[in-house]
Design a protein around this ligand. Structure first.
Ligand code: 0L1
Ligand code: MG
Length: 269
């Protein structure tokens, strides 16, 4: 597999893989990694499939809420055996209310991550955007739980396949207390995640590329390579502070953030 920026798939291949991923996501059915059939698939091919999927959602009239950065911590990259962060899109209908119950029957391998969510007030674009640019364009930040769901059987995948699968995006829950970014130290925020009343993962926001705004800057650079920008009013999930924790029917998860309050979600059917 090459990480070259060249698209090698034909438009017909991209359309076929888009349908394959969409079916796996909609029916919660595991599929083999895409590189089993397309071994020379590149990272650019993965993004081409992801963009086709995004356009398919938009064509139905669904609203895009924003984007997410994934695989942003060294621990997460090691856990997943990949070496660069990646991005995915967030549709408004992936959002679930704080304290609600997420259906596990609609998901293949659900796992939860604690993330800082950014809401922007100015457009961000270009290949040289910095952490400072991101902070200046940030309206406020909120605590979030991202529910990721890799659709690959046996949980076996590589970077082009994960990117095509929209970086495992599935659901997200916002909650807690929105704060202006300038009122808190975003690099040292602590978070403790509890599952069924037991602390199960903890970390500090510096785990996300030293500062979560760095992950947002990286996301804008990837968008630039895709010919896109981050419009004002976007929601951005900046990447998991903690490792991803598997969840199942009956689980209750609460993330307790320093300065930002708590976010809770239940899993059931
Ligand atoms: O949100 C993320 O960090 C994306 C993770 C993609 C790989 C996985 O399913 O763990
Ligand atoms: Mg994540």
């Amino acid at each position: 597999m090459s990480d070259s920026n060249a698209i090698t798939l034909t438009p017909a291949n991209i359309a076929e893989l888009c349908e394959r991923v969409d079916h796996a996501q909609r029916t919660a059915t595991a599929m083999p990694k895409l590189t089993d059939d397309f071994p020379s698939m590149t990272l650019a091919d993965g993004y081409a499939v992801q963009q086709a999927l995004r356009h398919k959602h938009l064509a139905t009239g669904a609203r895009q809420a924003g984007w997410k950065a994934g695989l942003t911590s060294k621990a997460k990259m090691e856990q997943m055996g990949v070496h660069v962060p990646s991005i995915g899109f967030l549709m408004a209908d992936m959002s679930r209310p704080e304290g609600s119950t997420v259906r596990t029957d609609d998901l293949v391998h659900p796992r939860v991550e604690c993330e800082v969510a950014f809401v922007t007030k100015a457009d961000l674009s270009g290949s040289d955007v910095t952490r400072e640019d991101v902070l200046a364009a940030t309206h406020f930040v909120m605590p979030a739980i991202e529910i990721i769901d890799s659709r690959f059987s046996g949980f076996k995948f590589d970077l082009p396949s994960v990117v095509a699968d929209n970086c495992s995006s599935a659901r997200y829950v916002l909650g807690g207390r929105p704060r202006y970014a300038e009122d808190i130290d975003l690099s040292t925020l602590g978070v403790v995640m509890e599952k069924n009343g037991q602390p199960i993962a903890m970390g500090a926001s510096a785990a996300v590329m030293g500062h979560p705004a760095e992950a947002v800057a990286l996301l804008v650079k990837v968008l630039d390579e895709l010919g896109e920008k981050l419009p004002a009013g976007s929601l951005v999930l900046s990447g998991g502070i903690t490792e991803a924790i598997a969840v199942q029917d009956g689980d209750h998860v609460i993330a307790r953030y320093q300065e930002l309050g708590t976010v809770a979600v239940n899993f059931g059917n």
